[in-house]
Design a protein around this ligand. Structure first.
Ligand SMILES: Cc1ncc(COP(=O)(O)O)c(C=O)c1O
Length: 440
């Protein structure tokens, strides 16, 4: 299966930000970036919600559908065998991308399902499923699950539900007034009762890269397991789950140039081997009687039902594309634009950039509140200029509540974002303030 990478851009093996000329050449691989919106060329600053797809990804999905489509791990015919091969190759690509082994990658529909897979696996273990091997996952009254006040709802509600199902207590690492994780409070909170810690690598609101290593060290001291929400990090920086020493990590395909409908769970091999399944049914079993079933080893144990094969293949093409450009270069590009957004927006009177004072590295994402103007109005004003941003609570209501607001406007960049687009957002926000204040 060919997954043609970007272009000639690719040659320079350095950590420096992409040049403007390189970004403009990359953009030619993304047909949608050429469209007009409301009479203006689209400026897509909403990659934090979902990223755009290069031709290499669209082609990979189409090529699979037109030359190889078949159900995997089932048929004995040639096409099914070939489809299974590219499906498993795609798994290996994801594994390499994050420093894991291929047996440690489970396909899911999205990151939300991946978090739920772990949470339901733990509660099934807590009901006694999975036998002695699953004992290490059992939780109940007196045990604690720890998460943070900055999580996306996808990495919060499944833990609330797990606590409700098992009788365990959910504890939340608080934020300081800027929005940073309070590590001293975390150290006090994480103790002998802590069985599980779920934390985001990069906040989808603040854009800061959390000091995950410190939380993992706290977890290790008390023998707790750690799940990393890597939805906003895997697309934007080099990620090595082994170097970070996390036990689980979740990825979202549509945020890293891939299609929607595909995500992945990383699980340390011995943990996946011990975790009971979440979804059950076809394709995850060895022997079934009318009263019971034996399950396949991971990752198939967690992949019940017909799989999302063309999406998996397309996600692998997306990863090939990102790798060809180079994750360190993408990270440098993003860090520069994140800083440019924060500085440019902070300089506008009446704009408060959330987390602007946090002294941590960032990706290219900034959320902000405009004094006296609702985020929907700011977003509408920018949309009229062809600038796409996200408005609302970004699935992080507790974080917004902690910062004393109900919603914000978020601009997020990616490897195809130009400096002109970043500056257009900043100028657009200044224009919105002018417009609404004059109208007030
Ligand atoms: C930090 C974070 N976690 C989880 C998710 C959920 O991802 P998915 O859409 O793949 O379920 C998102 C998506 O916005 C996110 O930004």
């Amino acid at each position: 299966m060919s997954t043609t990478p970007a272009a000639d851009v690719i040659a320079s093996p350095i950590d420096s930000p992409l040049t403007d000329a390189e970004v403009r050449r990359l953009r030619q691989d993304f047909p949608i970036l050429g469209v007009e919106v409301n009479g203006h060329p689209l400026a897509y600053l909403d990659s934090g919600a979902t990223s755009q797809r290069p031709l290499a990804v669209l082609d990979a999905e189409r090529e699979f559908a037109t030359t190889l489509n078949a159900a995997v791990h089932r048929g004995a015919h040639t096409l099914a065998g070939e489809a299974t091969e590219v499906f498993e190759d795609a798994r290996a690509t994801v594994a390499r991308f994050i420093g894991a082994d291929e047996g440690e990658i489970v396909w899911t529909s999205n990151a939300t399902e991946a978090v739920n897979l772990v949470a339901y696996g733990i509660s099934n273990a807590s009901l006694g499923r999975g036998g002695a091997a699953a004992e290490r996952f059992r939780i109940g009254q007196g045990d604690e699950i720890v998460t943070t006040e900055m999580e996306h709802h996808a990495n919060l509600i499944p833990w609330q539900e797990l606590a409700a199902r098992t009788g365990a207590t959910l504890r939340v690492i608080p934020l300081d007034d800027d929005g940073a994780l309070r590590l001293v409070a975390a150290a006090e909170l994480i103790g002998d009762r802590t069985k599980f810690i779920a934390v985001t690598h990069v906040s989808n609101v603040l854009g800061v890269i959390n000091p995950v290593e410190e939380l993992v060290a706290m977890a290790r001291r008390v023998g707790a397991l750690v799940l990393l929400d890597a939805c906003q990090s895997a697309p934007h920086l080099p990620l090595d789950v082994r170097a970070l020493d996390v036990d689980f990590a979740v990825l979202s395909g549509h945020k890293m140039l891939g299609p929607s409908g595909i995500g992945a769970l990383y699980g340390r091999r011995e943990l996946l081997e011990a975790l009971p399944p979440f979804l059950t049914g076809g394709s995850m079993i060895t022997t079934v009687t009318t009263t019971e079933a034996e399950y396949l080893p991971p990752p198939q144990r967690f992949e019940a039902g017909t799989q999302r094969v063309s999406q998996a293949v397309a996600l692998a093409a997306a990863i090939d594309y990102l790798s060809a450009v180079g994750m360190p270069r993408i990270a440098a590009h993003e860090a520069a634009f994140g800083r440019r957004l924060v500085d440019g927006l902070t300089a506008i009177d009446g704009v408060r950039v959330l987390g602007a004072g946090i002294d941590l590295p960032r990706v290219g994402l900034a959320s902000f509140d405009v004094d006296g103007i609702h985020s929907h109005d700011v977003g509408q004003y920018l949309d009229d200029l062809g600038i796409a941003v996200r408005v609302g609570h970004h699935c992080a209501q507790p974080l917004h509540r902690r910062l004393g607001i109900t919603s914000s406007t978020r601009a997020s960049t990616y490897l195809y974002t130009t400096e002109d687009e970043v500056d257009a957002v900043i100028a657009g926000v200044a224009g919105a303030i002018d417009f609404f204040r004059r109208g007030a």
